[in-house]
Write a protein that binds this ligand. Structure first.
Ligand code: GAR
Length: 192
């Protein structure tokens, strides 16, 4: 069984989709805690409603990464809650070697593009700007690069002529909510 710690920064809709899939018995896993680097992130509210420990990790003064103290605190919280696997679900910070080494090969992320296309921020806008005809989402293992680790699941979505970032991201989100549970199921069943 996977004992999952979720990391997020925003709405947490992917976390919710994973929690619902576990609840339905689709994935042999449990969510042991939910960590966020944004104190009022909606993902923490979802966690409180779903009965998972909801923990704010203060990452000041850095904006884009976990500082050493925040990283050490995150590792303690995960271990205290019995976590052995990390799922980044809209976590908008770079994970550094301390955490990567503590959970080697056991951290995954979801990104709103067909990696290696459009890594980094604003992937939906990047796809529109590039005039792409399709994009999608990717669940992948996290390594030291930005959105570079081995791919687990990808799902495609078309880009329609009148798409805005919002309409495109809504379409991608629907596929993300299928892709993340599918990827976790594969990992839980050792089917990679
Ligand atoms: C998702 O679209 C995910 O792909 C993206 O943040 C969103 C989180 O949504 N992640 C990244 O861009 C990471 N580079 P959610 O909070 O509703 O799950």
């Amino acid at each position: 069984m996977l004992n999952i710690a979720i990391f997020g920064s925003g709405s947490g809709s992917n976390y919710q989709a994973i929690a619902e899939a576990i609840e339905r018995g689709t994935i042999d896993a449990r969510i042991v805690c939910v960590l966020a680097d944004v104190e009022d992130a909606f993902i923490l509210e979802r966690a409180r409603k779903l009965g998972h420990p909801a923990i704010y990790i203060d990452c000041a003064p850095f904006k884009t990464k976990l500082d050493d103290a925040a990283e050490a605190r995150a590792i303690d919280v995960i271990k205290d809650n019995g976590g052995d696997f990390i799922v980044l679900a809209g976590f908008m910070r770079i994970v550094k070697p301390g955490l990567l080494n503590a959970f080697a090969g056991r951290i995954i992320n979801i990104h709103p593009s067909l990696l290696p296309q459009f890594p980094g921020l604003h992937a939906g806008q990047q796809a529109l700007d590039a005039g792409a005809k399709e994009t999608g989402c990717t669940v992948h293992f996290v390594d030291e690069g930005i959105d570079t680790g081995a791919v687990i699941v990808q799902k495609k979505v078309p880009i329609l002529p009148n798409d805005t970032t919002e309409t495109l991201m809504n379409r991608i989100h629907k596929q993300e909510h299928l892709a993340y549970p599918e990827a976790l199921k594969k990992i839980a069943e050792n089917k990679l």
